[in-house]
Design a protein around this ligand. Structure first.
Ligand SMILES: Nc1ncnc2c1ncn2[C@@H]1O[C@H](COP(=O)(O)OP(=O)(O)OP(=O)(O)O)[C@@H](O)[C@H]1O
Length: 769
């Protein structure tokens, strides 16, 4: 750290303290400093100010403190006023103690449109629940009608020219999705309830397709565009998809990646598997299975509808794009349709696969939405598979209400907000983002590599006001200083999901906005339809910590003996901190009720103890720590617990007789110089015995393995010193392995179980030698 930076930080802190007087708490001092620290001031100075202000405090260190104005304008405050509730704590308690009232009031506040409005939010026992009983709706209806038709529903760009924006209005989105819905019935002859895959990047068309499928009363099958043919096949087979939308190619980093080819292969795999099982059953019993038409249902392969990947790319010769905002055009400069990539045209199956244009040709812009029961499926999604086989989770027409209510309170989304979250329809945050249309938001979409300067420029140009992130993305932006030429002053808040984040990196993220912007950590899961643990704009924000359970979600925390250590969000059974497995006390709108590939009851309820008042409990499998802030917070800020995610319970280890989450160890190891990231695993010997701590290390870009301080022994010593100083001297590291990268799921989560397997098998080999 340079002498100048140290001097500047010392001066800034001293000035703030002088201005506030000696009674000021550290968070008061920070509240003033956050207004003085701009992104153009070296980050080192931000870090030093933060460390100085909170010197000697190790628990809750707010890096963003809301002003009275911000608090007053939140959706939470407005709802509290409507309900005559004065504190956030009371508001949360109301949301879980009077759940029916909370969900019905909130559902009305976000303007859900019903054909038959339900009278209650819940019916039945919590493990076999019906949401909004008697309600009939098509959830797509609620995505429209909040904004004038000419307002932008989507603002988007492609990587070849991030600063050149286009938008699709609500009117155009409605009309295009209507054409698609018409095409599904008239051209593809699909029926209400049929499943339709979407395997393509998040583009305006993929949003329109999703809405078109839902409007028609069909079910979207979410398939991430990064998947291999096997993975695509598994998802389409499990959900019995009758058709799938995809692109010819994906353009990324100036390269074309074939997508249609992968989907075609996936379909061939499904057919081959059907053929095999048919032969087997023919062999076992020779019963006739053909239908009246002579065709077995199984003979029908998926119809593939192919969109041109270059639809909006102005770097592509001849492809020009509509700049007028008001009409939909996918014509090139000569007025022709943008062509499908020639490699794809050659392999499309005649009479079976259709181009996007074939589907839309002659279809009307108007369509009468198909009303569905509140529990009818609208989307089949798949979990990431960090703990095993991905689960096929059914979202009903009620689930998006949870996405929108979470967004309304926790991301504080208002009509006219511009919301971006790099993701894909294949992951739950894709549909989550789409359903922020219910809150009247405009969705920001970037078709390209999002770890780049290009994406950061898009955020600036598109005037994004709520930016969603995943931790690995933020690490890449920080490493390449990707925001250097961007003005992110319109961002009012960030939100982060997917896996535990790193507080150092998130302080950097918050500091990219003049005056700082908070990060709403958002932890939940595909089967939750959103989150159970998050933050709000009415509470001080702490990097990588959650300030509250999500409104309407009741949680408990249990220790290994199934004893409750945190009963309600604000009443802990110990004064300081504690950690345990988080369990959910249902019901709550959004919690899944059906899995296609497992027994839902067995997965979430079987074997669970009862809650303290005899409540049914639902398992989730996350390890969470709660921490009460020590006396540093100002008297205004109630000392309620904050929460820290410690990772999946499966990744929790017992080292030296003490339970610790892998994420906790990694957080400390990541502080060592030259380390980009780490993964901590516990391994027992072949005959059991105490677990040994093994740390996998990825070195920072450009750091040579074996260079000074970067061999396994030196790294182990350095990490051990940090663990000793910041965590617990009893956590001794047994082994260190330097690797190029960590194995991740397609949604970017570290697969610690693969590392464990690999380590055990290599240790086994070594022991045999
Ligand atoms: N903000 C966050 N901080 C920490 N962890 C998070 C956060 N958001 C999500 N997670 C982790 O991701 C999990 C949810 O992810 P997802 O629904 O994709 O299922 P998964 O648990 O990764 O996969 P599977 O259930 O198939 O094993 C959470 O339970 C939590 O462990």
């Amino acid at each position: 750290m340079s002498k100048e930076n140290i001097a500047e930080a010392t001066k800034l802190v001293a000035e703030a303290k002088d201005a506030l007087g000696i009674d000021a708490s550290p968070s008061d001092v920070w509240a003033l400093l956050q207004t003085k620290l701009s992104p153009s001031i070296p980050f080192e100075i931000h870090q030093l100010c933060y460390a100085t202000v909170y010197e000697g405090i190790d628990d809750v260190k707010p890096a963003w403190i809301p002003t009275a104005d911000i608090v007053a304008n939140t959706n939470i405050t407005k709802m509290m006023q409507q309900k005559s509730i004065t504190t956030y704590q009371e508001f949360y308690d109301w949301s879980v103690n009077d759940r029916n009232n909370f969900w019905m009031t909130s559902m009305k506040a976000i303007g859900i449109q019903w054909q038959d409005e339900p009278k209650a939010a819940f019916k039945g026992d919590p493990a076999h629940i019906t949401y909004f009983p008697g309600g009939r709706l098509n959830i797509s209806d609620s995505c429209f009608g909040k904004r004038p038709l000419e307002d932008p529903a989507i603002v988007y760009s492609v990587e070849s020219n991030a600063r050149s924006l286009r938008n699709m209005s609500f009117g155009r989105l409605d009309a295009l999705s209507n054409r698609i819905a018409n095409g599904l019935f008239s051209k593809l002859k699909l029926q209400v309830g049929d499943a339709v895959g979407i395997c393509m990047p998040m583009t305006p068309e993929s949003i329109a397709i999703y809405l078109g499928v839902v409007k028609a009363g069909l079910v979207v099958v979410s398939v991430a565009d990064s998947f291999s043919p096997e993975e695509i096949a598994t998802r389409c087979r499990l959900s019995n998809a009758k058709a799938i939308f995809t692109q010819d190619v994906i353009y990324r980093g100036a390269k074309f990646l074939s997508l249609f080819g992968r989907v075609l292969k996936a379909d061939a795999m499904i057919q081959a598997e059907k053929e095999r099982s048919r032969n087997k059953s023919d062999f076992n019993d020779s019963k006739e299975t053909k239908s009246d038409s002579g065709l077995d249902d199984d003979d029908i392969c998926m119809r593939i509808i192919v969109l041109p990947g270059m639809l909006h790319a102005n770097s592509y010769p001849e492809a020009v794009v509509d700049e007028t905002n008001s009409t939909w055009s996918d014509k090139d400069a000569q007025g022709r349709d943008v062509l499908l990539h020639e490699s794809v045209v050659a392999i499309m199956r005649e009479n079976h696969d259709a181009s996007w244009y074939d589907l839309l040709d002659g279809c009307s812009d108007t369509f009468e939405r198909v009303p569905r029961d509140s529990m009818d499926a609208c989307n089949i999604l798949f979990s990431s598979g960090t703990t095993g086989e991905p689960k096929a989770i059914v979202w009903s027409h009620s689930t998006p209400i949870k996405c929108a209510i979470d967004g309304f309170y926790h991301q504080d989304i208002h009509i006219g907000d511009r919301v971006a979250w790099p993701t894909n329809i294949g992951w739950m945050m894709g549909p989550w983002l789409l359903f922020q249309l219910i809150n009247g938001a405009t969705i920001g979409l970037f078709n390209g590599i999002t770890s780049t300067e290009g994406f950061c420029e898009f955020v600036d140009e598109a005037e994004i006001s709520m930016l969603g992130v995943v931790p690995s993305l933020v690490k890449s932006w920080q490493a390449r200083n990707a925001t250097a030429n961007c003005d992110w002053s319109r961002i009012k808040k960030f939100s982060s999901t997917g896996e535990a984040s790193d507080p150092g990196t998130y302080l950097w993220l918050m500091s990219r906005v003049p005056g700082y912007a908070p990060v709403m950590e958002y932890c939940g899961g595909t089967e939750i339809g959103g989150s159970f643990l998050s933050s709000t704009l009415v509470q001080p924000n702490v990097p990588s910590m959650f300030s509250t359970p999500v409104l309407g979600s009741k949680i408990l925390m249990m220790n290994a003996e199934s004893e409750v250590i945190l009963e309600s969000a604000f009443e802990t059974r110990s004064d300081g901190s504690g950690s345990g497995e988080l369990v959910i006390v249902p019901p709550s709108i959004g919690l899944s009720t059906t899995l296609l590939n497992r027994d839902h009851y067995n997965v979430y309820f079987e074997g669970m103890p009862c809650g303290p008042a005899g409540e049914v409990l639902r398992k989730h499998g996350d390890e969470v720590e709660f921490v009460r802030s020590s006396s540093h917070t100002s008297k205004k800020n109630v000392s309620t617990p904050y929460f820290r995610a410690l990772g999946r319970c499966d990744d929790t280890m017992n080292i030296g007789g003490i339970k610790v989450g892998s994420v906790e160890i990694e957080r400390v190891c990541n502080l060592v110089d030259n380390i980009q990231e780490t993964a901590a695993i516990a391994v027992s010997g072949p005959h059991g015995g105490p677990s040994k701590l093994v740390v996998y290390v990825v070195l920072e870009n450009g750091t040579e393995e074996g260079s000074e301080g970067c061999d396994e022994d030196s790294l182990r010593n350095a990490m051990q010193n940090y663990i000793k100083a910041h965590l617990n001297p009893l956590f001794g590291i047994s082994d260190v392995a330097i690797v190029q990268s960590l194995p991740r799921t397609a949604s970017n989560k570290v697969m610690r179980r693969l590392l464990r397997d690999a380590y055990i098998s290599s240790a086994l080999k070594r022991s045999k030698m």
